[in-house]
Design a protein around this ligand. Structure first.
Ligand code: IPD
Ligand code: CA
Length: 274
């Protein structure tokens, strides 16, 4: 059953508490960092990831929300007296490498669902921690950038389109021939390094597509971004043009193409077949 909470307000509260919680970590980022081991998603955890996750949990707990957390950092854990009320699929910091290098492009991603599967996500937010704004969506009610409605573009041509392509292929199994086809046939290729925010950029019409062919991105990174992009008009499928519905789990990975419109999507799928 969908919870009747004011998620917009809760996302704003989370933004404020995450920003406060990571302030000290940001200031001490140049100092040696303690070894916290690997998070549930398999990457090395940094104090800043843990601080952001704790801020989200504490904010919702204070508002009396019960939930099952599915996080890239601490994995699956039940919070509150009725933890099956909703599932919170979270990447506390998406773009940690950017953050630790002082590159101003990182965010927090929070997706809410009533079942632990991608297709059941009914609201979510991608919180841009650098530009201090929230991309959000509620199923059937459109997508918003700090309260203003956003839409995908109508860009039809690969010459004009700005296409995000995840180029972080380290230890992944991306078909490099297909990757080359994307780079050679799209004129403006980008990768900024925080996929949740990059998918939100497609939603907001800042870019025209985002493509991740690596089978490496986790559901925790993109669960909220997918809803935000879809509600803004994006078409999202896997590389075989199938709709994507996988379990929400820190270890669950996938590939996807998120396009601003049907025409562009067909052309991008065509590059895979060519
Ligand atoms: C990473 C970013 C990056 C992508 C990596 C992700 P993280 O998320 O989204 O753009 O290439 O695969 O792991 O590790 O900073 O949460
Ligand atoms: Ca992360």
């Amino acid at each position: 059953m969908k919870s009747k909470l004011n998620w917009q307000q809760l996302f704003c509260d989370c933004k404020i508490s995450i920003q406060a919680a990571i302030k000290h970590c940001l200031e001490t980022m140049h100092e040696p960092q303690p070894d916290l081991g690997r998070g549930a998603g398999g990457d090395l955890m940094k104090p800043i990831d843990v601080a952001a996750e704790n801020a989200i949990i504490e904010t919702l707990q204070k508002s009396g929300v019960s939930f099952t957390l599915i996080s890239e950092e601490s994995g699956i854990k039940e919070v509150g007296s009725t933890p099956k009320d909703c599932y919170l699929c979270v990447d506390p910091i998406d773009g940690t490498t950017n953050l630790t290098h002082g590159l101003p492009f990182y965010c927090s991603s929070i997706a809410i669902s009533d079942e632990p599967v991608l297709a059941a996500v009914y609201t979510g937010a991608v919180i841009d921690l650098v530009h201090d704004e929230i991309f959000s969506a509620y199923e059937g009610m459109g997508s918003y950038r700090d309260g203003r409605v956003i839409h995908t573009t109508n860009t039809q041509s690969l010459d004009e389109a700005v296409i995000g392509l995840d180029l972080n292929v380290y230890k992944a199994k991306m078909n490099l021939t297909i990757g080359a086809a994307f780079i050679e046939n799209t004129k403006h290729t980008r990768h900024f390094g925080a996929n949740a925010l990059e998918v939100s950029y497609v939603a907001a019409g800042l870019t025209d597509a985002f493509v991740d062919l690596r089978n490496k991105i986790r559901t925790t990174d993109i669960a909220a971004g997918f809803l935000i992009a879809k509600e803004a008009g994006a078409i999202i499928t896997d590389v075989d043009n199938k709709s994507i519905n996988v379990p929400l789990d820190p270890k669950q990975t996938l590939n996807f193409i998120a396009s601003a419109n049907e025409t562009l999507h067909k052309q991008l799928l065509g590059l895979i077949k060519s």
